[in-house]
Design a binder for this molecule. Structure first.
Ligand SMILES: [Zn+2]
Length: 416
């Protein structure tokens, strides 16, 4: 199973976190459950059954019922799993008011987390415990660092703010000044060969650490002097790593010290990586817009149409779109009608939709469902093998993109 974390998945988790952060229980009755991948589902259920029994001692009738109902719902959901998913499982469940006190309904939110859950947690509180999930979002990228000069090389792995230096090499290449009696040319040739051998060694180690050892998002290369450029230009590095080089930086040291220095100097680059990706996407979109016969389309209806025709290479959507798609299915004849609406207007739109009789049979009873527009696009895109990229608002490119309505696609070909 792929553990790749894409922008849509992160967007969804973030959105859910912000939604859940505002929820409060009437009492200590909101259940938080984090299940690590290695914990068998039946053990979790057994644990919750015990908690259900303990909850019988709660004095307040409402709280006791709410806690026990939440636990029952959570156990029912867990029973659908034969095994714990690869990254584990996170569930939030509890009685939440729909319309003031007394109107509580049990809600369950289930998340397959973007990274493996590291420990088991069961909590019953007046709020949901979202901290672990937030932490998972924070450390999503892994960077490979190479700090190199003619005498030392250090390889580092930075994930989140954790730095490891799994490998340090010494070149054994003789110094720049030759010994007396040696011819200048012969000395140079010898040194060159030693360096070439050293570069190959560094590249081999880099392959082992960065390619075989796991996926890195990007590479940062640094060191004092011209060695780093020579190393990169020589094409020694594995092609997969070579194309991931984000930046090349000058540092005072190489080797272990150099790797640490590189982390400090690269902090801006590291933060900007996703923004750089987004910038590239928006610029690609803009250049297609400006080109005669370009491949860009924008606005929700045209983007949807492009997706339905399986002609979207990539769909861009602004993270502040706040748009939902409302579907009303006639209970009598099954005819479906749908509308898109801004979050703020959705109650009104919903109301309008259900108060208007069905066009096919005149019926007035509907089954109504609502989805965030990003989810709708993602589902469509998945079916036709395209990709959805969420663009951050509030950046220069994000704002520029917003002027096109916040939804766009780059087509695979120009429709004839
Ligand atoms: Zn109907």
């Amino acid at each position: 199973m792929s553990t790749k974390v894409d922008s849509v998945r992160l967007y969804k988790v973030r959105k859910l976190i912000s939604e859940l952060a505002s929820k409060e229980g009437r009492g200590t009755e909101l259940v938080t459950l984090y299940v690590p991948p290695k914990k068998p589902v039946h053990e979790v259920i057994a644990n919750l059954r015990e908690e259900w029994g303990t909850a019988g001692n709660i004095k307040s009738d409402t709280t006791r019922n709410h806690v026990q109902d939440a636990l029952t719902r959570t156990m029912q959901r867990l029973k659908l799993y034969r095994t714990t998913p690869d990254n584990g499982l996170v569930i939030f469940c509890g009685a939440l008011p729909t319309n003031g006190p007394g109107s509580e309904v049990i809600n369950l939110y289930e998340i397959v987390p973007p990274k493996p859950v590291t420990a088991y947690l069961y909590q019953c509180d007046d709020h949901f415990h979202l901290e672990w999930l937030k932490d998972m979002l924070r450390e999503e990228k892994v960077f490979g660092l190479i700090s190199i000069d003619a005498s030392d090389a250090g390889l580092g792995i930075l994930s989140g703010d954790r730095l490891e230096i799994p490998d340090v090499l010494t070149s054994g290449v003789s110094g720049k000044t030759r010994k007396g009696g040696q011819s200048a040319r012969r000395y140079e040739r010898g040194r060159e060969m030693e360096l070439t051998y050293y570069y190959h060694r560094v590249a081999e180690h880099a392959t082992r650490v960065f390619v075989d050892g796991g996926k890195v998002t990007g590479m940062i290369v640094g060191g004092p002097g011209p060695t780093k450029e020579e190393f990169l230009k020589g094409g020694y590095l594995h092609y997969e790593l070579q194309k991931k080089v984000l930046t090349v930086l000058d540092t005072s040291y190489a080797g272990r010290e150099g790797v640490r220095e590189l982390v400090e100097k690269a902090s801006d680059t590291l933060q900007d990586v996703r923004l750089v990706e987004e910038k590239r996407l928006v610029q690609r979109f803009l250049s297609e817009v400006n080109k005669q016969g370009g491949l860009a389309v924008y606005g929700l209806p045209r983007v949807m149409e492009t997706l339905q025709k399986a002609n979207a290479d990539v769909v861009l959507v602004s993270d502040d779109l706040n748009t939902v798609r409302i579907e009303a299915k006639c209970k009598r004849c099954g005819t479906v009608k749908s509308e898109t609406a801004q979050s703020a207007e959705r109650v009104q739109v919903r109301q309008d939709m259900i108060s208007e009789p069905c066009k096919s049979c005149g019926g007035l009873e509907y089954e109504v469902s609502e989805k965030d527009i990003v989810d709708v696009l993602e589902e469509l895109a998945f079916q036709v093998g395209s990709k959805v990229e969420v663009i951050s608002s509030g950046t220069e490119e994000g704002n520029m993109f917003r002027t096109f309505g916040g939804v766009a696609a780059i087509m695979r070909y120009r429709p004839g």
